[in-house]
Design a protein around this ligand. Structure first.
Ligand SMILES: Cc1cc2nc3c(=O)[nH]c(=O)nc-3n(C[C@H](O)[C@H](O)[C@H](O)COP(=O)(O)O)c2cc1C
Ligand code: SF4
Length: 766
């Protein structure tokens, strides 16, 4: 690839300082990196491109954050010349032919908890939406008699039941495989009890037993109608334990002394499966392309380099593997294995790690990640290296999203960076993704906003929750049916598509934020006549504010634009610049009124003075020039911590004062985003007064009072009120005689996910 959008250029070289320049030079010799001549710090053009024009800490003083110095981003990768011919070009896997390069990556969906029919329908919809190759998640645990906490055992499924799934996918013209992973699921406890969960703790009998289990499973999967099988040999899977020296200290023929030994176990599986079920059952191996190898902490001799993994890939090809699926291998950091774009989340946290340091992409992963496109196409340089080394098809995953970056993705296929693009989140957010792409309706594709609520969400009543499989996982903040459909106890009315409306109704929705837009969209989809009002001149409510504060990675502007377009497509009458009160609603006499007015802001009742001003969080973008150097943010929710990141990125000193325990900080954020964001805020100097209140702010000083009653004054130029929002639904009481509801922050303030879900569920129920 040759343009500045190329995966081959993973970063621009405007690093500052000799140490950083040396790091850049180290990166320069690496395959795929082609640093340009040193340039100045990001200037006005760069900032303008990201809407970061406010990033100054005083007139004439352009503050350049560590994030910007280490990981400058190019935001020019989203061009769309309308040519998707490469993405929509044919390819083959085994005997199967596909008309485009998009493949659904296996991912736990939780739909099975809504009943098997919901599970089948979820996959059928993906197939109906044009995805031609679907890897179904690991739904059947294969290592019997050992139990697995997540999946039912393979012998608990009937032939008829699974046939229902594969038939449904085939009936839509798609092919399907299923994935088997054994991540901590097969006699993990027994193995760990011997000293650790690494390959050396398997006995030879256990290795034989695993091979037999794979073969028995392959027979079933093939008989059930699956067209292919994916073996997850990446990350923390037991097969990966054999691949890497760091996890394999065996001294027998399965040890890590030679690459042949490392692949011996999986080669045995492949041989035995081929012998038993034939070679017309393609086996795809999912493996780490590279293992994390921080170049500053020793020589990393035990971690697999990309060169090591290429040797393994070659042997896998020789063993008869049909295709390779390449993923990131961060040591033991499971989520970042496939959600690598987390490294780019939170404004100014671009490249943060859970250690709180700024992530220098030249130093990690051998400097081979595409690190200048906000996470988009992160793996492409690496997959190219594998593709060049083997002749079987090579695909990769993570933030491959042709609707988001059409030219970039098209060029990636043209340049042979990968043969196929494994995708998960964007396809689940819009199952019609591929059809829309083919029909040139990119604007109609609901965009994934990379928020990682699907892995994992936080639950409002339980913001401490870090449980992955406790109902707080697999939801989607944009698509409320995920993790709810078929589960009556979760309160979702209806099935996947909302039911047709009952007769004709005039529905009036007041407030065009996320909750109101969703309510209007669903009501219109049901066939009702919908008018959506907003007092502002635009729709989106707080989305553009959130986008400005959170930074570009979460694509919130995209979601706002898509929502508007979808409302228009569905015939919603949008009335802006119109403030609506109860009298107006009564005058219009709608059949149903849905109030989505947004929450109310609380105030501290502190006035401040000329030396310490007190402003609302809502004013921080418009009143940027009134914000001093020493800022106190009152509140500990996600909005408060996002604002902290936004201001620290500008070089401000930030203190948070929260009435809650510090563990509650960033509540409302997805768990992984929180885990990435908070350490970097602390590492960059954010101070937190927990279980405290601000009692005064004037004369350049704020005074905080702790739970023990101690009062402490400290320097403070600006106080930002960012306390939890309060409900704002008094208008409901004035609407007697009208069927009326309040949704979103107006009813129950929390986050976008809760707002959209409330709008959706309400409109389904009217
Ligand atoms: C909720 C969720 C569950 C996942 N479960 C699995 C899984 O069971 N097996 C797997 O190989 N990958 C799993 N993944 C990773 C996805 O297959 C995919 O690699 C990841 O979402 C990155 O692709 P994307 O950027 O297109 O979403 C999961 C991802 C998410 C978000
Ligand atoms: S929860 Fe967020 S990251 Fe996950 S699929 Fe939905 S929009 Fe995308």
């Amino acid at each position: 690839m040759t343009s500045s959008r190329t995966p081959g250029i993973s970063r621009r070289n405007f690093l500052l300082g000799s140490g950083l320049a040396a790091a850049a030079a180290a990166g320069a010799g690496l395959v795929g990196c082609a640093p340009q001549a040193p340039a100045a710090a990001p200037g006005a053009d760069d900032l303008a491109a990201t809407g970061e024009g406010a990033a100054t800490a005083g007139e004439g003083n352009v503050y350049v954050s560590i994030a910007e110095q280490l990981n400058p981003q190019d935001y020019d990768y989203r061009q769309n010349s309308g040519d998707l011919s490469q993405v929509l070009s044919p390819w083959k896997l085994g005997n199967m032919e596909f008309s485009n390069r998009i493949v659904k990556s296996a991912a736990g969906s939780n739909y099975e908890n809504g009943g098997w029919d919901a599970f089948v329908e979820y996959y059928r919809r993906l197939a109906a939406g044009g995805t031609e190759m679907i890897w179904v998640e690991n739904f059947a645990h294969i290592f019997l008699p050992y139990k697995n906490a997540i999946n039912a055992n393979i012998d608990e499924f009937t032939d008829e039941q699974v046939r229902q799934l594969t038939d449904a996918i085939h009936a839509e013209g798609a092919k399907c495989g299923t994935q088997t992973d054994i991540m901590g699921s097969a006699f993990y406890k027994e193995v760990s009890a011997r000293g650790g969960h690494d390959a050396q703790y398997f006995t030879l009998e256990e290795i034989d037993y695993m091979v037999d289990s794979y073969v028995a499973a392959a027979k079933k999967f093939k008989a059930w109608g699956f067209d292919a099988w994916e073996l997850n040999c990446a990350g923390n899977n037991q097969t990966q334990w054999f691949f890497s020296k760091s996890r394999n200290h065996r001294d027998d023929e399965y040890g890590s002394q030679t690459f042949e030994n490392r692949v011996r176990f999986i080669s045995r599986v492949i041989d035995a499966v081929h012998e038993e079920v034939g070679e017309d059952f393609p086996i795809q191996v999912l493996m780490d392309a590279i293992n994390e190898s921080d170049q500053l902490i020793g020589e990393n001799a035990e971690f697999n380099t990309v060169e090591d993994n290429i040797e393994i890939a070659k042997l896998l090809e020789k063993a008869g593997v049909a295709s390779l699926h390449m993923r990131l291998g961060p040591q033991e950091q499971h989520a970042t294995q496939f959600l690598g774009d987390l490294y780019f989340d939170t404004r100014g946290g671009i490249g943060s790690t859970s250690f709180g340091g700024q992530f220098d992409f030249t130093r990690h992963f051998q400097g081979k990640l595409v690190a200048n496109h906000d996470g988009c196409g992160l793996m492409l340089n690496l997959s190219k290296m594998f593709k060049d080394a083997v002749s079987i098809p090579v695909g990769t995953v993570t933030y491959l999203d042709p609707a988001h970056a059409p030219d970039f993705m098209n060029q990636a296929i043209a340049d042979g960076m990968c043969d196929f693009m494994m995708m998960n989140r964007p396809l689940t957010v819009d199952p019609q993704y591929v059809n829309k792409l083919k029909e040139g309706k990119i604007d109609e594709i609901r965009p994934c906003t990379r928020c990682c609520h699907c892995w994992n969400d936080t639950v409002k009543g339980d913001p401490y929750s870090t449980e992955g499989f406790g109902g707080s996982c697999y939801c989607c903040r944009l698509d409320p049916i995920r993790d709810n459909v078929g589960q009556e106890e979760k309160g979702m009315p209806g099935w996947f598509d909302p039911p047709a409306g009952e007769g004709s109704k005039n529905v009036m929705v007041v407030g065009a934020g996320p909750a109101g837009m969703e309510a209007a969209r669903i009501a219109a989809e049901r066939g009702y006549t919908v008018t959506l009002y907003d007092k502002k001149s635009s729709t989106g409510g707080m989305l553009s504010f959130a986008a400005a504060i959170k930074g570009p990675h979460q694509n919130l502007e995209d979601y706002s634009v898509w929502s508007r377009a979808d409302l228009e497509l569905k015939g919603v009458n949008i009335v802006t610049d119109t403030e609506v009160d109860a009298a107006f609603i009564k005058e219009q006499a709608p059949d149903v009124a849905i109030l989505a007015l947004g929450g109310a802001r609380d105030s501290l009742g502190l006035e401040g003075d000329g030396e310490t001003n007190v402003i609302s969080i809502d004013d921080i973008v418009n009143a940027a020039d009134t914000i001093g150097q020493n800022v106190t943010i009152v509140g500990g929710n996600m909005q408060a911590t996002d604002v902290a990141a936004y201001l620290m990125e500008q070089g401000k000193n930030v203190t948070i004062v929260t009435p809650e325990n510090a563990n509650m900080l960033a509540k409302g954020q997805s768990i992984w985003c929180k885990r990435f964001a908070l350490p970097i805020l602390y590492a960059h100097g954010m101070k937190v007064w927990q279980e405290s209140e601000l009692v005064s702010a004037a004369g350049g000083v704020a005074t905080v009072k702790t739970a023990t009653g101690t009062e402490t004054p400290y320097a403070c130029d600006t106080v930002i009120e960012a306390m939890d929002m309060l409900p704002n639904k008094a208008m409901l009481d004035e609407l007697s005689g009208i069927e009326a509801y309040a949704v979103g922050d107006c009813d129950d303030p929390y986050n976008i996910e809760y707002a959209i879900r409330a709008g959706n569920f309400c409109a389904r129920a009217i």
